[in-house]
Design a protein around this ligand. Structure first.
Ligand SMILES: [Zn+2]
Ligand SMILES: [Zn+2]
Length: 403
Protein backbone atom coordinates (compact mmCIF):
# COMPACT_ATOMS: atom_id res chain seq x y z
CA UNK A 1 0.00 0.00 0.00
CA UNK A 2 2.91 2.35 0.77
CA UNK A 3 4.36 1.68 -2.66
CA UNK A 4 1.00 2.26 -4.28
CA UNK A 5 0.65 5.53 -2.34
CA UNK A 6 4.08 6.67 -3.58
CA UNK A 7 3.25 5.81 -7.18
CA UNK A 8 -0.03 7.69 -6.93
CA UNK A 9 1.68 10.73 -5.41
CA UNK A 10 4.35 10.91 -8.12
CA UNK A 11 1.77 10.41 -10.84
CA UNK A 12 -0.57 12.96 -9.31
CA UNK A 13 2.14 15.64 -9.08
CA UNK A 14 3.32 14.90 -12.60
CA UNK A 15 -0.18 15.11 -14.03
CA UNK A 16 -1.01 18.36 -12.29
CA UNK A 17 2.29 19.87 -13.42
CA UNK A 18 1.88 18.77 -17.01
CA UNK A 19 -1.86 19.43 -17.40
CA UNK A 20 -2.85 22.27 -19.70
CA UNK A 21 -5.10 23.95 -17.13
CA UNK A 22 -5.11 27.68 -17.84
CA UNK A 23 -7.25 29.90 -15.60
CA UNK A 24 -7.29 32.74 -18.12
CA UNK A 25 -9.34 30.48 -20.41
CA UNK A 26 -12.31 31.10 -18.11
CA UNK A 27 -12.04 34.86 -17.75
CA UNK A 28 -14.79 37.13 -18.97
CA UNK A 29 -16.15 36.21 -22.38
CA UNK A 30 -13.67 33.52 -23.40
CA UNK A 31 -15.28 30.94 -21.14
CA UNK A 32 -16.48 28.78 -24.04
CA UNK A 33 -13.12 26.99 -23.95
CA UNK A 34 -14.59 24.83 -21.20
CA UNK A 35 -15.74 22.37 -23.85
CA UNK A 36 -12.18 21.09 -23.89
CA UNK A 37 -12.63 19.57 -20.46
CA UNK A 38 -13.59 15.96 -20.97
CA UNK A 39 -16.21 14.72 -18.48
CA UNK A 40 -14.96 11.14 -18.71
CA UNK A 41 -11.88 11.84 -16.59
CA UNK A 42 -11.86 11.69 -12.81
CA UNK A 43 -12.73 14.93 -11.13
CA UNK A 44 -9.29 15.21 -9.60
CA UNK A 45 -7.96 16.21 -13.00
CA UNK A 46 -10.98 17.85 -14.56
CA UNK A 47 -14.14 19.39 -13.13
CA UNK A 48 -16.15 19.34 -16.36
CA UNK A 49 -19.71 19.21 -15.09
CA UNK A 50 -19.33 21.69 -12.24
CA UNK A 51 -17.49 24.24 -14.38
CA UNK A 52 -19.76 23.87 -17.41
CA UNK A 53 -22.93 24.53 -15.40
CA UNK A 54 -21.18 27.36 -13.55
CA UNK A 55 -20.19 29.02 -16.81
CA UNK A 56 -23.75 28.73 -18.13
CA UNK A 57 -25.16 30.61 -15.10
CA UNK A 58 -22.34 33.18 -15.27
CA UNK A 59 -22.98 33.82 -18.97
CA UNK A 60 -26.74 34.12 -18.68
CA UNK A 61 -27.72 35.13 -15.14
CA UNK A 62 -24.88 36.98 -13.42
CA UNK A 63 -25.90 39.99 -11.33
CA UNK A 64 -22.46 41.62 -10.98
CA UNK A 65 -18.85 40.94 -11.91
CA UNK A 66 -16.33 40.81 -9.14
CA UNK A 67 -12.86 41.71 -10.47
CA UNK A 68 -11.02 38.49 -11.27
CA UNK A 69 -7.61 40.09 -10.52
CA UNK A 70 -8.43 41.63 -7.13
CA UNK A 71 -6.89 40.15 -3.97
CA UNK A 72 -10.01 40.59 -1.84
CA UNK A 73 -12.18 38.90 -4.48
CA UNK A 74 -9.79 35.92 -4.43
CA UNK A 75 -9.90 35.62 -0.65
CA UNK A 76 -13.67 35.94 -0.73
CA UNK A 77 -13.87 33.21 -3.38
CA UNK A 78 -11.63 30.97 -1.26
CA UNK A 79 -14.00 31.34 1.71
CA UNK A 80 -17.19 30.94 -0.31
CA UNK A 81 -15.91 27.85 -2.17
CA UNK A 82 -14.86 26.28 1.12
CA UNK A 83 -18.19 27.18 2.76
CA UNK A 84 -20.07 25.70 -0.22
CA UNK A 85 -17.91 22.58 -0.06
CA UNK A 86 -18.84 22.12 3.60
CA UNK A 87 -22.51 21.95 2.59
CA UNK A 88 -21.86 19.78 -0.49
CA UNK A 89 -20.04 17.36 1.77
CA UNK A 90 -22.54 17.50 4.62
CA UNK A 91 -25.49 16.84 2.31
CA UNK A 92 -23.47 14.02 0.68
CA UNK A 93 -23.44 12.32 4.10
CA UNK A 94 -26.91 13.24 5.31
CA UNK A 95 -28.99 12.49 2.21
CA UNK A 96 -28.95 8.83 1.31
CA UNK A 97 -29.22 9.28 -2.46
CA UNK A 98 -26.15 11.57 -2.37
CA UNK A 99 -24.33 9.22 0.00
CA UNK A 100 -24.70 6.53 -2.70
CA UNK A 101 -22.14 8.53 -4.69
CA UNK A 102 -19.94 9.80 -1.86
CA UNK A 103 -19.55 6.42 -0.09
CA UNK A 104 -16.95 5.55 -2.76
CA UNK A 105 -14.49 7.95 -1.14
CA UNK A 106 -15.10 6.32 2.24
CA UNK A 107 -14.85 2.73 1.03
CA UNK A 108 -11.12 2.37 1.71
CA UNK A 109 -10.21 0.65 4.98
CA UNK A 110 -6.74 2.16 4.69
CA UNK A 111 -5.94 5.80 5.26
CA UNK A 112 -3.18 7.10 3.01
CA UNK A 113 -2.73 9.33 -0.03
CA UNK A 114 -4.28 6.73 -2.31
CA UNK A 115 -7.50 7.01 -0.27
CA UNK A 116 -7.78 10.61 -1.53
CA UNK A 117 -7.83 9.28 -5.10
CA UNK A 118 -10.89 7.08 -4.48
CA UNK A 119 -13.34 9.40 -6.16
CA UNK A 120 -16.95 8.87 -7.11
CA UNK A 121 -17.94 8.85 -10.78
CA UNK A 122 -21.37 10.26 -10.02
CA UNK A 123 -20.85 12.83 -7.27
CA UNK A 124 -20.09 15.77 -9.54
CA UNK A 125 -23.56 15.38 -11.08
CA UNK A 126 -25.10 16.63 -7.83
CA UNK A 127 -22.41 18.80 -6.22
CA UNK A 128 -22.53 21.49 -8.94
CA UNK A 129 -25.85 22.80 -7.60
CA UNK A 130 -24.22 23.99 -4.38
CA UNK A 131 -21.72 26.21 -6.19
CA UNK A 132 -24.17 27.89 -8.58
CA UNK A 133 -25.02 30.91 -6.33
CA UNK A 134 -21.37 31.94 -6.67
CA UNK A 135 -21.82 32.19 -10.43
CA UNK A 136 -24.04 35.24 -9.92
CA UNK A 137 -20.95 37.31 -9.07
CA UNK A 138 -17.66 35.39 -9.02
CA UNK A 139 -15.92 34.97 -12.43
CA UNK A 140 -15.47 31.38 -13.64
CA UNK A 141 -11.68 31.85 -13.71
CA UNK A 142 -11.65 32.51 -9.96
CA UNK A 143 -14.10 29.69 -9.25
CA UNK A 144 -12.13 27.22 -11.42
CA UNK A 145 -8.93 27.91 -9.51
CA UNK A 146 -10.50 27.73 -6.04
CA UNK A 147 -12.60 24.62 -6.65
CA UNK A 148 -9.45 22.86 -7.81
CA UNK A 149 -7.37 24.28 -4.97
CA UNK A 150 -9.95 23.10 -2.47
CA UNK A 151 -9.72 19.55 -3.80
CA UNK A 152 -5.93 19.61 -4.07
CA UNK A 153 -5.67 20.82 -0.48
CA UNK A 154 -7.58 17.75 0.65
CA UNK A 155 -5.07 15.40 -0.96
CA UNK A 156 -2.29 15.70 1.61
CA UNK A 157 -4.53 15.35 4.67
CA UNK A 158 -5.11 11.66 3.88
CA UNK A 159 -2.22 10.44 5.97
CA UNK A 160 -1.52 8.87 9.35
CA UNK A 161 2.05 10.16 9.33
CA UNK A 162 1.15 13.64 10.63
CA UNK A 163 -0.36 13.41 14.09
CA UNK A 164 -0.95 17.04 15.18
CA UNK A 165 -0.39 20.52 13.75
CA UNK A 166 -0.67 22.51 16.99
CA UNK A 167 -2.64 25.78 16.79
CA UNK A 168 -3.40 25.22 13.10
CA UNK A 169 -5.81 22.50 14.24
CA UNK A 170 -8.18 25.29 15.28
CA UNK A 171 -8.57 26.70 11.79
CA UNK A 172 -7.44 24.23 9.15
CA UNK A 173 -8.80 20.85 8.20
CA UNK A 174 -5.83 18.71 9.17
CA UNK A 175 -4.91 15.02 8.83
CA UNK A 176 -6.16 14.49 12.40
CA UNK A 177 -9.58 16.06 11.70
CA UNK A 178 -9.98 14.20 8.43
CA UNK A 179 -9.01 10.87 10.00
CA UNK A 180 -12.05 11.32 12.23
CA UNK A 181 -14.16 12.01 9.15
CA UNK A 182 -13.09 8.68 7.62
CA UNK A 183 -13.70 6.69 10.80
CA UNK A 184 -16.51 4.21 11.42
CA UNK A 185 -16.26 4.50 15.21
CA UNK A 186 -19.49 5.86 16.67
CA UNK A 187 -17.88 9.18 17.65
CA UNK A 188 -16.67 9.70 14.06
CA UNK A 189 -19.97 9.27 12.21
CA UNK A 190 -21.20 12.45 10.46
CA UNK A 191 -18.34 14.63 11.72
CA UNK A 192 -15.71 16.99 10.26
CA UNK A 193 -17.05 17.85 6.81
CA UNK A 194 -14.70 20.79 6.19
CA UNK A 195 -12.57 21.10 3.04
CA UNK A 196 -9.61 23.42 3.69
CA UNK A 197 -11.02 24.98 6.87
CA UNK A 198 -12.47 23.27 9.93
CA UNK A 199 -14.17 26.46 11.21
CA UNK A 200 -17.47 25.55 9.50
CA UNK A 201 -17.71 22.34 11.55
CA UNK A 202 -16.96 24.28 14.73
CA UNK A 203 -19.65 26.83 13.79
CA UNK A 204 -22.35 24.35 12.79
CA UNK A 205 -21.80 21.75 15.51
CA UNK A 206 -20.37 18.90 13.44
CA UNK A 207 -16.82 19.00 14.82
CA UNK A 208 -15.25 16.07 16.71
CA UNK A 209 -11.59 15.88 17.81
CA UNK A 210 -9.60 12.69 17.29
CA UNK A 211 -10.05 10.32 20.23
CA UNK A 212 -9.93 6.52 20.36
CA UNK A 213 -8.07 4.71 17.57
CA UNK A 214 -9.92 5.42 14.36
CA UNK A 215 -11.05 2.41 12.31
CA UNK A 216 -11.51 3.44 8.68
CA UNK A 217 -14.03 2.53 6.03
CA UNK A 218 -17.74 2.00 5.65
CA UNK A 219 -19.87 0.95 8.60
CA UNK A 220 -20.86 -2.17 6.65
CA UNK A 221 -17.76 -3.53 4.94
CA UNK A 222 -17.95 -4.41 1.24
CA UNK A 223 -14.75 -6.51 1.05
CA UNK A 224 -13.84 -6.02 -2.58
CA UNK A 225 -11.44 -4.16 -4.88
CA UNK A 226 -13.74 -4.38 -7.88
CA UNK A 227 -14.28 -0.84 -9.13
CA UNK A 228 -17.82 -1.09 -10.52
CA UNK A 229 -19.07 -2.75 -7.35
CA UNK A 230 -17.46 -0.02 -5.25
CA UNK A 231 -18.94 2.71 -7.46
CA UNK A 232 -22.49 1.35 -7.84
CA UNK A 233 -23.30 -1.24 -5.14
CA UNK A 234 -25.00 1.34 -2.94
CA UNK A 235 -27.49 2.32 -5.68
CA UNK A 236 -28.57 -1.32 -5.83
CA UNK A 237 -28.91 -1.42 -2.05
CA UNK A 238 -30.91 1.84 -2.14
CA UNK A 239 -33.27 0.40 -4.73
CA UNK A 240 -33.83 -2.72 -2.60
CA UNK A 241 -34.60 -0.63 0.48
CA UNK A 242 -36.86 1.68 -1.53
CA UNK A 243 -38.93 -1.30 -2.67
CA UNK A 244 -39.06 -2.86 0.78
CA UNK A 245 -41.35 -0.16 2.18
CA UNK A 246 -45.00 0.16 1.22
CA UNK A 247 -45.69 3.71 2.44
CA UNK A 248 -44.58 6.53 0.16
CA UNK A 249 -43.18 8.57 3.10
CA UNK A 250 -40.93 5.69 4.05
CA UNK A 251 -39.84 5.25 0.45
CA UNK A 252 -38.96 8.94 0.25
CA UNK A 253 -37.27 8.67 3.64
CA UNK A 254 -34.92 6.04 2.23
CA UNK A 255 -33.76 8.56 -0.38
CA UNK A 256 -33.88 11.86 1.48
CA UNK A 257 -32.87 10.90 5.01
CA UNK A 258 -29.55 9.66 6.37
CA UNK A 259 -28.02 6.29 5.47
CA UNK A 260 -28.79 4.89 8.97
CA UNK A 261 -32.41 6.11 8.98
CA UNK A 262 -35.27 3.65 9.57
CA UNK A 263 -38.98 4.38 10.13
CA UNK A 264 -39.48 5.73 13.65
CA UNK A 265 -35.85 6.86 14.01
CA UNK A 266 -34.40 10.40 13.84
CA UNK A 267 -33.53 11.84 10.41
CA UNK A 268 -29.92 10.65 10.57
CA UNK A 269 -30.74 7.34 12.26
CA UNK A 270 -29.48 6.14 15.62
CA UNK A 271 -25.68 6.09 15.62
CA UNK A 272 -25.69 3.82 18.68
CA UNK A 273 -26.92 1.08 16.31
CA UNK A 274 -23.81 1.08 14.10
CA UNK A 275 -21.64 -2.04 14.56
CA UNK A 276 -19.32 -1.59 17.54
CA UNK A 277 -15.65 -0.91 16.83
CA UNK A 278 -12.97 -2.33 19.10
CA UNK A 279 -9.85 -1.01 17.34
CA UNK A 280 -8.71 -4.58 16.63
CA UNK A 281 -10.44 -4.77 13.23
CA UNK A 282 -8.25 -5.64 10.23
CA UNK A 283 -8.81 -4.28 6.72
CA UNK A 284 -9.96 -6.62 3.97
CA UNK A 285 -6.67 -8.01 2.67
CA UNK A 286 -6.94 -11.25 0.69
CA UNK A 287 -3.73 -13.26 0.72
CA UNK A 288 -2.18 -13.68 -2.71
CA UNK A 289 1.27 -14.73 -3.93
CA UNK A 290 4.12 -12.22 -4.20
CA UNK A 291 4.57 -12.97 -7.92
CA UNK A 292 0.95 -11.93 -8.53
CA UNK A 293 1.51 -8.72 -6.56
CA UNK A 294 4.50 -7.89 -8.77
CA UNK A 295 2.40 -8.73 -11.83
CA UNK A 296 -0.39 -6.38 -10.72
CA UNK A 297 2.12 -3.59 -9.96
CA UNK A 298 3.71 -3.85 -13.42
CA UNK A 299 0.35 -3.89 -15.18
CA UNK A 300 -0.79 -1.01 -12.95
CA UNK A 301 2.22 1.05 -14.07
CA UNK A 302 1.58 0.20 -17.72
CA UNK A 303 -2.02 1.27 -17.26
CA UNK A 304 -0.88 4.61 -15.81
CA UNK A 305 1.16 5.06 -18.99
CA UNK A 306 -1.94 4.39 -21.12
CA UNK A 307 -3.97 6.82 -19.01
CA UNK A 308 -1.28 9.50 -19.29
CA UNK A 309 -1.09 9.09 -23.09
CA UNK A 310 -4.85 9.32 -23.38
CA UNK A 311 -5.01 12.37 -21.12
CA UNK A 312 -2.35 14.21 -23.12
CA UNK A 313 -3.60 13.36 -26.60
CA UNK A 314 -7.38 13.22 -26.06
CA UNK A 315 -8.01 16.46 -28.00
CA UNK A 316 -6.40 14.99 -31.11
CA UNK A 317 -8.22 11.64 -30.93
CA UNK A 318 -11.68 10.79 -32.21
CA UNK A 319 -14.47 10.38 -29.67
CA UNK A 320 -14.63 6.70 -30.57
CA UNK A 321 -10.94 6.19 -29.78
CA UNK A 322 -11.29 8.07 -26.49
CA UNK A 323 -14.29 5.89 -25.59
CA UNK A 324 -12.49 2.71 -26.58
CA UNK A 325 -9.39 3.56 -24.55
CA UNK A 326 -11.53 4.63 -21.57
CA UNK A 327 -13.32 1.28 -21.85
CA UNK A 328 -9.96 -0.52 -21.90
CA UNK A 329 -8.82 1.32 -18.76
CA UNK A 330 -12.06 0.46 -16.95
CA UNK A 331 -11.82 -3.18 -18.07
CA UNK A 332 -8.22 -3.33 -16.84
CA UNK A 333 -9.11 -1.88 -13.43
CA UNK A 334 -11.99 -4.35 -13.15
CA UNK A 335 -9.75 -7.27 -14.06
CA UNK A 336 -7.06 -6.21 -11.58
CA UNK A 337 -9.80 -5.94 -8.92
CA UNK A 338 -10.91 -9.50 -9.76
CA UNK A 339 -7.31 -10.75 -9.39
CA UNK A 340 -6.88 -9.06 -6.01
CA UNK A 341 -10.26 -10.40 -4.85
CA UNK A 342 -9.16 -13.90 -6.01
CA UNK A 343 -12.39 -14.40 -7.95
CA UNK A 344 -12.82 -17.63 -9.93
CA UNK A 345 -13.58 -15.62 -13.10
CA UNK A 346 -10.35 -13.59 -12.79
CA UNK A 347 -8.21 -15.80 -15.12
CA UNK A 348 -10.73 -15.65 -17.96
CA UNK A 349 -11.26 -11.89 -17.69
CA UNK A 350 -7.52 -11.25 -17.47
CA UNK A 351 -6.91 -13.50 -20.48
CA UNK A 352 -9.42 -11.48 -22.52
CA UNK A 353 -7.85 -8.24 -21.33
CA UNK A 354 -4.39 -9.46 -22.34
CA UNK A 355 -5.71 -10.32 -25.82
CA UNK A 356 -7.15 -6.80 -26.09
CA UNK A 357 -3.93 -5.27 -24.76
CA UNK A 358 -1.89 -7.15 -27.34
CA UNK A 359 -4.15 -5.88 -30.13
CA UNK A 360 -4.00 -2.27 -28.90
CA UNK A 361 -0.23 -2.54 -28.62
CA UNK A 362 0.11 -4.02 -32.10
CA UNK A 363 -2.15 -1.44 -33.77
CA UNK A 364 -0.41 1.53 -32.17
CA UNK A 365 -3.08 2.58 -29.66
CA UNK A 366 -0.58 2.07 -26.85
CA UNK A 367 2.62 3.97 -27.27
CA UNK A 368 5.80 3.06 -25.40
CA UNK A 369 9.38 4.38 -25.49
CA UNK A 370 11.32 2.52 -28.23
CA UNK A 371 13.61 0.58 -25.83
CA UNK A 372 10.56 -0.70 -23.94
CA UNK A 373 8.55 -1.82 -26.96
CA UNK A 374 9.96 -5.36 -27.16
CA UNK A 375 10.06 -5.98 -23.36
CA UNK A 376 6.44 -4.84 -23.07
CA UNK A 377 5.35 -7.06 -25.94
CA UNK A 378 7.24 -10.00 -24.41
CA UNK A 379 5.69 -9.37 -20.98
CA UNK A 380 2.19 -9.10 -22.43
CA UNK A 381 2.77 -12.34 -24.40
CA UNK A 382 3.87 -14.19 -21.26
CA UNK A 383 0.85 -12.78 -19.38
CA UNK A 384 -1.43 -13.93 -22.19
CA UNK A 385 0.07 -17.42 -22.13
CA UNK A 386 -0.13 -17.69 -18.33
CA UNK A 387 -3.80 -16.63 -18.13
CA UNK A 388 -4.64 -18.75 -21.17
CA UNK A 389 -3.26 -21.83 -19.38
CA UNK A 390 -5.04 -20.89 -16.15
CA UNK A 391 -8.35 -20.52 -17.99
CA UNK A 392 -7.80 -23.80 -19.83
CA UNK A 393 -7.05 -25.75 -16.63
CA UNK A 394 -10.10 -24.17 -14.97
CA UNK A 395 -12.33 -25.29 -17.85
CA UNK A 396 -10.89 -28.80 -17.68
CA UNK A 397 -11.53 -29.09 -13.94
CA UNK A 398 -15.10 -27.79 -14.38
CA UNK A 399 -15.69 -30.38 -17.09
CA UNK A 400 -14.28 -33.16 -14.89
CA UNK A 401 -16.61 -32.17 -12.04
CA UNK A 402 -19.67 -32.19 -14.27
CA UNK A 403 -18.92 -35.62 -15.81
ZN1 LIG B 1 -17.05 12.38 3.38
ZN1 LIG C 1 -11.22 12.05 2.55
Amino acid sequence: MIMYGCICTIYFLYTVRSSNFAPEMYCGESVCQSKHICPFFPRLFARGFEITTYIYVWDNLRLLELPWDSAWAWWLAFLVVDFSYYWVHRFAHELNFLWAAHQVHHSSEYYNLSTALRQSLTQQFSSWVFYLPMALAVPPSVFAVHIQFNLLYQFWIHTELIRDLGPLEWVLNTPSHHRVHHGRNEYCIDKNYGGALIIWDRLFGTFAPEGNKVVYGLVHKINTFEIFHIQFHYYKYLWRRFNRYKKIFNKLGVLWKGPSWKPGKPRLGDHAEVPEVTGEELPFNPSWPLALKVYVCIHGLMLLGVYQDLFESRLMLSQLTVLMMTGYILLSLTSIGFIIDQRPTAPMLEFLRCVLMMMLHRYGYMTAPAPLFVPIEAFVSISLLYWGLQTFSQLISVKKKTT
